[in-house]
Design a protein around this ligand. Sequence first.
Ligand code: ASP
Length: 433
Amino acid sequence: MKSEESKGIPLHTKILAALFVGAVCGVSINLATGGEETPWLSSLIKYVLEPIGQIFLRMLFMTVIPLVFASLALGVAQLGSAGNLGRIGFKTMLYFVLTMTCAVVIGLTLVNTIKPGEGLPEELRTSLMERFGGDAEKKAGPTTFGVQTFIDIIPRNPLKSMVEMEMLSVICFALFIGIALTRIPKNRSSVVITFLEAINDLMVVLISWAMRLAPLGVFALIFSVTAKFGYSLLASLGWYVAVVIVGIALQLFGVMPLLLVVFARYNPLQFFTRARAIMITAFSTSSSNATLPTSIKVSEENLSVPPAVAGFVLPLGATMNMNGTALFEGVTVMFLAQVFGIDLTLSQQAIVVVLAVLTAIGAAGVPGGSLPLLAMVLAYVNVPSEGIALILGVDRLLDMCRTTLNVTADVVIAMCISKSEQRHEHRPESHAT
Ligand code: ASP
């Protein structure tokens, strides 16, 4: 990033400009063609823009598994004692669960007040079910959530988990390796630690190459989405979309700044300026995993989060802490219940809160990663899961917004934890133990 800055326009400004220009061009073309895909537009998207977007995404994705494994194992090893790990691990999980619960509660309050599902015309419902019903079936995942879900987190074969990008299993293995590194003699562990540090450094180099492609990649991704987007659908589902976006905005610009001020003692304006590259990458890629490399780099370089905290909290957060996803799931379940005329009691809504948080933890940090799990929550409260068809057409836009919140919350939490760890280090008794 530094070499870019020395050349003139800073990289994050270029990325922001690309986002803006991509959106303006995409929306204009969409308006000009009336949302129809003309042959030249399809060819442009298919043969030029989508490949560029995909190459950018793949360059980021390619670093994710080595980065998550190395930074998490190192983060845990650097935390040193089991006491440190236990304390930070506990704080991290507490922040994750509390912020996600807060997000779902905001979402449910809005959806219960505005009731966007009650006014949906019957004909629109039928036509959406016909248009997206097939896709919804493909997206729906398993509808059960049981003991096996938890057992599966422990990998039988860590390499297979890495190959298949089963993030929770990779995290579990990295945590074990990190703890084990503190239990073997220093002369042995230092070899592995040096190796993991080198892997981390290598990934940083690859990421800086990927980020050079970011302006072009962001332009291509945003153009393709906005040019093909169904804006008429957006208008028909306007209230539902508005509830999700307002909920996300409240959590992002209300709750997050509060956490920054109270727990991280950090100026929110400064935070949003410095974290811009993270938020734009999340918005344009719709993927927490693809944004992880950028969030680690920016948190350490621009937001002064120590590597041990960033290396521990951010990879965990990219997979487990999804504020936006939890909110989106809660609102969507209620919206579909309203559409199908199903009354969910207060205790059923409490179940929705718990399930939305649990499934957000399990959702993959990839575009649309939460949809299979959303189907599971719907099935639990007896709302027809094929109802997902109703929202598929606008999901990409919502995904961009919820991923931005997902990733921003991870970084905010890393900052809160880093502040509280500083306080802990300065406490006299912490030296004695
Ligand atoms: N795209 C989201 C993420 O990567 C997951 C989701 O809600 O679909 O964070």
